[in-house]
Design a protein around this ligand. Structure first.
Ligand code: BES
Ligand code: MN
Ligand code: ZN
Length: 513
C-alpha cells in the first residue's frame, strides 16, 4: 500500500518522480489551483496558459503531464482537473470529493512510480483527509493472481506495475494534531477499504465462507476485536435456518461471523450486518450464463462491514460496533434448498423459498435477527441484494431503505458527506401482499415491480421491534464492470465502507440519534 506522509518540503527541491498539481475550470479557461504556486512561478506565472495550450480545461477526471520547469529535482508535473473553481466571493474551498477524485486519478496514473509529491489545494484537515483517501484508493491494484505471484499472501505479481509506493502530501502541517489525525484517518479507512476490495476481487475458489471467516478472525485478533464464528454445526444447533438453507447446496459450508469492537467509554451500540454470499450461482434457480461471471462480488456487503468494524477499532472510536457477516455459498446440488422448500428461520418465522436466487434476504434475515437480540441503538445492513436496485439507480448509486424516515435521512446524509452516491428509497406497504405464502409466514419473492423494495420489506420483518434499521442495497456500486474512474478501480470498489465508518463516527460523537 502507498505510504502517506505530510511534508513541508518546497516543490522545487523535492526528490520525487512527479509533482501533482490541481487545475480548475475558471470563467476564462483553466486556472492553477492553490498549492502549485512554486511550479507556476518557475513557469514565469504562465502555467495556466501552458496547460491550456496542452488542451487542459480543468474538468474533473482530466490529467495532463508536462515536463517540470528547469531547476526542479522532480522531472514531471502531473496536472489533474478539479472541476469548477470555487466561488472566491463566497470564500469557498475546493470540494472534498473533487480533491479525492483528482488525487485518485493522479495516483492511478503514477502506477509504477516510486514517489510523488501532491501539491493540491489544502485549506485544512478536511482537504488533507480527502487527498489522502484519494491517493490510497486511487493507487489500489489487485495483482495477487498475476504473473509469478503464487498465492494470496505473496508479493504483487510481476506482470503488473507496482502501485505508487510513496506519496508526500504538501501544504499541511506535520506537527498539527488535526492534520496528523486526518492523515491517520485516511490511512486507516483507505487500508481497510482496500482490504475489502481485495476480498471482493478474490476468486470464489479461494474465498469460501470458511476462508473469509478465517481472515476475519486473524484481523480481529490483530486489532483487539472480539470474534465469534458459528460453523455449520453451531448454526444448526442455534436454528439458523436461513443461512443453513442457502449454504446447504455447497460443499463449502456456511458461517456466521460476529465481530465485536467495544470502547470502554461508549454510550451507544451500532450493529452492521453484511450479506456474504461468496459466490451466487442462483442455486437450483440457476442464473443463466452472462449473469454469473461477477457473482464473486456477492459478499461485498460483508466485506464492507468487516472493513468498517476494523477501521472503527483502528480509529479507537468511542462507540461499540458489532459486525455480523452472513457467509454462505449459493450452489445447486442434491442437498441444495429447492423452490418450494420451507425454511424455519432463526427468528422462528417460516419462509417459503420460491426462488433460490433470492438468497441474500434469507441469510440476512437470520443475521438481522441475531443482531436484534442485543438490542443495539441502530442496525445498518449492506447487501448486493437486487438487480432491480441496479435498474433503478444505475451502477454507481446505492439505495437506502429504512424503517424510520429520520434514520434513513441520516444514513443518506452520511453517505453524501463522504462522497458515496446514494439515494433514499421507499418501502411501500402494499408490496408486502405479494410475499404472502400459502404454506409459510412469508415467501422470499413478491411481485416483480419494485423488486429492490420488496427485498427491503422482507428484511424489515426480521428486525427487532423498535430498533431503527437501514438497508443499503449496493448491487450497483459494489463492483465496477467498466473502466476505472476517479479513485474507483475496476472490480471490487469497497462501496459503503466510508458511509459505515462515518455512521460510527457520528454515533460516537452523539450526532446520530
Ligand atoms: N446477488 C443477486 C443480486 C445482484 C445482481 C447483485 C446483480 C449484483 C449484481 C441476488 O442474490 C439476486 O440474484 N437477486 C435476484 C432476486 C430475484 C430472484 C427476486 C434478482 O435481483 O434478480
Ligand atoms: Mn441471488
Ligand atoms: Zn445474491
Amino acid at each position: 500500500m502507498t505510504a502517506l506522509t505530510l511534508s513541508t518540503a518546497a516543490a522545487p527541491g523535492l526528490r520525487a518522480d512527479a509533482i501533482v498539481i490541481g487545475v480548475a475550470k475558471g470563467a476564462q479557461g483553466p486556472v492553477v489551483a492553490p498549492g502549485a504556486e512554486a511550479v507556476d512561478k518557475a513557469y514565469d506565472g504562465k502555467l495556466a496558459g501552458v496547460l491550456e495550450t496542452l488542451g487542459a480545461s480543468g474538468a474533473e477526471g482530466e490529467l495532463t503531464k508536462l515536463p517540470a520547469p528547469a531547476g526542479f529535482k522532480a522531472p514531471l508535473v502531473v496536472a489533474v482537473g478539479l472541476g469548477a473553481e470555487p466561488d472566491k466571493d463566497e470564500d469557498a474551498g475546493y470540494d472534498a470529493e473533487a480533491l479525492r477524485k483528482a488525487a485518485g486519478v493522479a495516483a492511478r496514473a503514477l502506477t509504477g512510480s516510486k514517489k510523488a509529491a501532491f501539491a493540491l489545494p489544502v485549506d485544512g484537515p478536511g482537504a488533507i483527509g480527502a487527498i489522502g483517501e484519494g491517493i490510497l484508493l486511487g493507487a489500489y491494484s489487485f495483482d495477487t493472481y498475476k504473473g509469478d505471484a503464487q498465492d494470496a499472501k505473496s508479493a504483487k505479481g510481476k506482470n503488473g506495475k507496482a502501485p505508487l509506493a510513496e506519496a508526500a502530501l504538501l501544504g499541511g502541517k506535520p506537527r498539527d494534531a488535526a492534520h496528523k489525525g486526518a492523515v491517520a484517518r485516511a490511512i486507516a479507512v483507505g487500508e481497510e477499504l482496500n482490504r475489502a476490495r481485495d476480498l471482493i476481487n478474490m476468486p470464489p475458489n479461494d474465498l469460501d465462507p470458511a476462508a473469509f471467516a478465517g481472515i476475519a478472525q486473524a484481523a480481529a485478533k490483530e486489532h483487539g476485536i472480539k470474534v465469534q464464528v458459528l460453523d455449520e454445526k453451531a448454526l444448526a444447533k442455534g436454528g439458523y435456518g436461513g443461512i443453513l438453507g442457502v449454504g446447504g447446496g455447497s460443499a463449502a459450508t456456511p458461517r456466521l461471523v460476529k465481530l465485536s469492537y467495544k470502547h470502554p467509554k461508549a454510550a451507544k451500540h451500532l450493529a452492521f450486518v453484511g450479506k456474504g454470499i461468496t459466490y451466487d450461482s442462483g442455486g437450483i434457480s440457476l442464473k443463466p450464463a452472462g449473469h454469473n461471471e461477477t457473482m464473486k462480488c456477492d459478499m461485498s456487503g460483508a466485506a464492507a462491514v468487516f472493513a468498517a468494524v476494523v477501521a472503527a477499532a483502528r480509529l479507537g472510536l468511542e462507540v461499540n460496533v458489532t459486525g455480523w457477516l452472513a457467509l454462505a455459498e449459493n450452489m445447486p446440488s442434491g442437498s441444495a434448498v429447492r423452490p418450494g422448500d420451507v425454511l424455519r428461520m432463526y427468528s422462528g418465522k417460516t419462509v417459503e423459498v420460491l426462488n433460490t436466487d433470492a438468497e441474500g434476504r434469507l441469510v440476512l434475515a437470520d443475521a438481522l435477527w441475531a443482531a436484534s437480540q442485543e438490542n443495539p441503538d441502530a442496525i445498518v445492513d449492506v447487501a448486493t441484494l437486487t438487480g432491480a436496485m441496479m435498474l433503478a439507480l444505475g451502477s454507481r448509486t446505492f439505495g437506502v431503505m429504512a424503517n424510520d424516515d429520520a434514520f434513513r435521512s441520516a444514513v443518506y446524509e452520511a453517505a453524501e458527506e463522504v462522497g458515496e452516491p446514494a439515494w433514499p428509497m421507499p418501502l411501500p406497504e402494499h408490496l408486502r401482499k405479494g410475499m404472502e405464502s400459502q404454506v409459510a409466514d412469508i415467501a422470499n419473492m413478491g411481485e416483480r415491480w419494485g423488486g429492490g423494495l420488496v427485498a427491503g420489506l422482507f428484511l424489515r420483518e426480521f428486525v427487532g421491534e423498535g430498533i431503527p434499521w437501514a438497508h443499503l442495497d449496493i448491487a450497483g456500486p459494489a463492483f465496477n464492470e467498466g473502466g476505472p474512474f476517479g479513485y474507483t478501480p475496476k472490480g471490487g470498489t469497497g462501496s459503503a465502507v466510508r458511509t459505515l465508518v462515518r455512521l460510527a463516527e457520528l454515533t460516537a460523537e452523539g450526532d446520530l440519534g
